[in-house]
Unconditional design. Structure first.
Length: 268
């Protein structure tokens, strides 16, 4: 990892650290499989239950419930992957790798960037599995076309990468996995249900619709859905990109600040 006294380039550092983390995932595929459980269960339960019921009044015409809900399931997967990026950083801070890296001539931020890249790869693999399941077992056939579906998935991956920085920052400051898991359960999941994920906003109770209108996840889901289905709402892509970029920048700054704090004497 060291090239002479000056040390290696930041790009090489990130590549090596990313490869290290990806190899650890490869020997423990259960991490990816367990990460798929929630979005896949939601996908199958929602499509099997709600597809048998009549659509709500403001449901898009000519769109199946599977087509409607799959973009939301992909965003849910992005959130779960983002949470794992922060937990992965906590594990690195506990297993001794961080103290060793701090004794090497490398940028401390390299480990954080590597964590964000691992999150992106994991989210991409999980999104691919979800898409294959939806296409082969459930008959997913979005009318937006292949190119727009790829764009929708790409936007979802960007959202996952951006949210990953928020949870990397949380991991750098909290340094414990349990509070982060509680944060995801208490804060993120209610945001997902108080959005346009599973029913149109217009069909939500008035108070919940008001929350959904200002919920950033609503804009993210609307943007991915509009791309995949070829329905109105593509104008939400720009706000989703801007909000995601802002979350990534703020998260990265806070992550570096938190990561630079001294570790406890025990290394945990």
């Amino acid at each position: 990892m060291v090239a002479g006294r000056r040390g290696s380039s930041v790009f090489l550092q990130v590549r090596i650290l990313t490869g290290r983390s990806l190899r650890s995932l490869a020997v423990d595929p259960g991490v990816i499989l367990f990460g798929l459980l929630q979005p896949v269960i939601i996908l199958f339960v929602l499509t099997q239950v709600f597809s048998k019921m009549g659509p709500p009044p403001h449901f898009p015409k000519g769109i199946s419930y599977l087509d409607f809900v799959l973009p939301a399931v992909l965003v849910d997967n992005a959130i779960q992957s983002a949470v794992q990026s922060g937990i992965g950083l906590v594990d690195d801070m506990k297993n001794g790798i961080v103290p060793r890296l701090r004794n090497l001539p490398i940028a401390q931020s390299s480990l954080l960037v590597a964590r964000s890249m691992v999150n992106l790869v994991r989210s991409a693999v999980q999104a691919l599995v979800i898409m294959v399941l939806a296409l082969t077992l459930l008959g997913y056939s979005p009318r937006g076309g292949a190119a727009q579906v790829v764009g929708s998935v790409a936007l979802t991956l960007f959202i996952s990468w951006a949210l990953g920085w928020a949870f990397i920052a949380a991991g750098a400051w909290l340094r414990r996995a349990e509070p982060m898991q509680n944060l995801a359960l208490i804060a993120v999941l209610p945001m997902l249900f108080a959005s346009s994920a599973y029913v149109p906003v217009a069909d939500l109770p008035p108070w919940l619709a008001a929350v959904a209108q200002v919920n950033p996840l609503t804009h993210a889901i609307d943007a991915t859905r509009a791309l995949a289905l070829g329905v109105p709402g593509v104008e939400a892509v720009a706000p989703a990109l801007l909000v995601g970029g802002g979350i990534a920048v703020v998260g990265a700054v806070l992550a570096v600040m938190g990561f630079r704090r001294p570790l406890p004497a025990s290394g945990g």
